[in-house]
Design a protein around this ligand. Structure first.
Ligand code: COA
Length: 198
C-alpha cells in the first residue's frame, strides 16, 4: 500500500491540550495536509480527564480546522502510526530538558519501525514553560490559566475543579517579537561587545 506522505501524527496524552500543543499542531499544517492528533490511552500517567474527555476536548478545539483530526490510540505508538499508513510522527521540543527524553523515544521508535520518521518543531517561546501538569496544578488552586489553554479547555478545567479559590486577573502575554527587530538587537549587542573589547 502506498504511504501517505502528507499526513503527520502528533501523539500525546493531552491531559489537557494546551496552547503549546495547539501551536505545534497548527504549524504542522504548514508542512502536511493533515495532522492527526493521536490521544494516547496508555501513557503510564494517571490522567485527570478520561480518554473520551481528552478526545472530545481536542475535537471541539479543532472542529473548524479541516486539516486537523483527532483520534484515540492504544498500545505502541509506532504500530498505530504504521496501521494508519503514515510515516511521520510530529513532536515539539520545548527546552534542552526535553531533548534527551525525545531523543530516546525517537531512537526507540526508529528501532521498532525504521520506516517511520520523527520530525521535531521547536516550541514557540511563549509556550516553553508550560506543560499539562503545570496548567492543571495552577487551575486546581484557582489560578487563571486563560491564554495558556484553548477557551474550551479552560471551561473544562473550570468544570473539573470549580475554581474554589476564585480567580486572579489574567496577565497579558508578551507579543511575539519581530524577527527583524531581534536580529537588529543582536547586531547592536555584538557591536557593543566588540567596542568594549577594544
Ligand atoms: N507545549 C506545551 N506542553 C507540551 C508540549 C508543547 N509543545 N509538548 C509536550 N508538552 C507537555 C505535555 O503536555 C506533557 O505534560 P505532562 O507531563 O505534564 O502531562 C509533557 O510535556 C510531556 O509531553 P510528551 O512527551 O508529549 O508526553 P505525553 O505524555 O503527552 O505523550 C506519548 C507521550 C503518548 C507520545 C508516549 O507516551 C507514547 O508514545 N505512548 C504510547 C506507548 C508507546 O509507544 N511507548 C513507547 C515509546 S518509545
Amino acid at each position: 500500500m502506498a504511504q501517505d506522505k502528507r499526513v503527520a501524527i502528533y501523539p500525546g496524552t493531552f491531559d489537557p491540550l494546551t496552547n503549546g500543543h495547539a501551536n505545534i499542531i497548527r504549524r504542522g499544517l504548514r508542512m502536511f495536509d493533515t495532522v492527526i492528533v493521536a490521544v494516547a490511552a496508555d501513557t503510564g500517567k494517571s490522567p485527570l480527564f478520561s480518554l473520551e474527555e481528552r478526545v472530545a476536548m481536542a475535537e471541539k478545539v479543532f472542529a473548524k480546522e479541516p486539516g486537523i483530526s483527532v483520534e484515540p490510540f492504544q498500545g505502541l505508538l509506532v504500530e498505530y502510526v504504521a496501521r494508519r499508513n503514515v510515516h511521520t510522527i510530529l513532536r515539539g521540543l520545548r527546552a534542552v530538558s526535553d531533548f534527551e527524553y525525545e531523543f530516546q523515544i525517537a531512537l526507540m521508535n526508529r528501532k521498532l519501525r525504521p520506516d517511520i520518521e520523527t520530525l521535531f518543531l521547536i516550541s514557540d517561546y511563549r509556550w516553553l514553560y508550560i506543560s499539562s501538569t503545570i496548567v492543571k496544578t495552577v487551575a486546581s488552586l484557582g489560578g487563571d490559566v486563560r491564554g495558556l489553554v484553548p477557551d474550551h479547555v479552560f471551561a473544562c478545567l473550570r468544570d473539573k475543579y470549580g475554581f474554589p479559590h476564585g480567580e486572579v486577573e489574567p496577565v497579558p502575554l508578551p507579543p511575539v517579537p519581530d524577527l527583524a527587530e531581534l536580529s537588529r538587537l543582536a547586531e547592536l549587542e555584538a557591536a557593543a561587545k566588540e567596542d568594549s573589547g577594544k
